[in-house]
Design a protein around this ligand. Structure first.
Ligand code: SAM
Length: 274
């Protein structure tokens, strides 16, 4: 249907001179089937609002519109805007394009309450954006789900379980009040140009936040614990007021190292700290 009236992405890229910029983390996805699969990860998007960071030439944007979403797309590279304007013209009322920096954009300005965030993130700013979306005391967040492409190594850290090298601050931030899973792995060859590393799409859905735990406290605790991850907790969290007493009260052996504590145990300690 609508796909037929749209030019192939390679042609759009050539016509608008969108040579990939390394500084902007540009690795484009051009395979329509793969893009459709990514757009299906959040579930049924018919009638849903989606915020997309970095639409580039608009491949994922097309797939999201085809899945029935209304998309707000924020792109830093002004060269992409004419190509995105064409896409908007082909789908009146379904695409709003904003030029700007996602790191400086308040989420409330681009995402209606209950909308989804879907993005093939620029690698250089992906983790900073992600941790920003997961932080803050208010929960549930305004987003209903995150569907994000990361370097595979970062995706592994997000979903990691205790007692693994990948387990750390990012795992706890991602899991203490959300469900996080790897929805699909994406070969580097799928991108133009191919990045050096493999990628994966992570899917995150908020869950009920544990009661009586402040996000800031948990963040300070995990920063200390994993800041010196090879050390025993009794040394690494010594600088966090009340942490050693909380470990003792909870019966958590202070000679353990941070990576052996479950997410639930970190949550319990943070709750004790208030
Ligand atoms: N969505 C396209 C795709 O899947 O083919 C492009 C993905 S590419 C990995 C990342 C995109 O993010 C690029 O278009 C880049 O210009 C854009 N970008 C980079 N930094 C950005 C920022 N700080 N704010 C908004 N967009 C940014």
């Amino acid at each position: 249907m609508t796909g037929n009236i749209r030019a192939p992405l390679r042609e759009v890229i050539a016509r608008h001179g969108l040579s990939a910029s390394k500084a902007l983390g540009q690795n484009f996805l051009l395979d329509a089937q793969l893009l459709d699969r990514i757009a299906r990860v959040p579930g049924d998007l018919r009638g849903a609002s989606v915020f997309e960071v970095g639409p580039g030439p608009g491949g994922l944007t097309r797939a999201l519109i085809d899945a029935g979403a209304t998309v707000t797309a924020l792109e830093r590279d002004h060269r992409c805007l004419p190509a995105l304007a064409e896409l908007g013209d082909a789908h009146p009322g379904l695409l709003r394009v904003i030029e700007g920096d996602a790191l400086a954009m308040p989420l409330a300005d681009v995402l209606p309450e209950g909308g989804h965030i879907v993005a093939n993130l620029p690698y250089n700013v992906g983790t900073a954006l992600f941790t920003g979306w997961l932080s803050g005391e208010a929960w549930p967040p305004r987003w209903a789900s995150l569907t994000l492409m990361f370097q595979a190594e970062v995706a592994e850290r997000i979903v990691a379980a205790p007692d693994s090298g990948a387990y750390g601050r990012l795992s706890i931030l991602s899991q203490w009040r959300s469900e996080a899973k790897i929805a699909m792995r994406v070969n580097r060859a799928a991108f133009t140009p191919p990045p050096k590393v493999m990628s994966a799409v992570v899917h995150i859905v908020p869950k009920l936040a544990p009661e009586g735990v402040r996000a800031g406290t948990l963040e300070r605790l995990t920063a200390a614990a994993f800041g010196q991850r090879r050390k025993m907790l009794r040394a690494s969290v010594r600088g966090v007021p009340g942490a050693l007493a909380a470990l003792e009260k909870l019966g958590i052996d202070a000679t353990r190292r941070a990576e052996t504590l479950s997410v639930e145990e970190f949550v319990q300690v943070a709750r004790e700290l208030g």
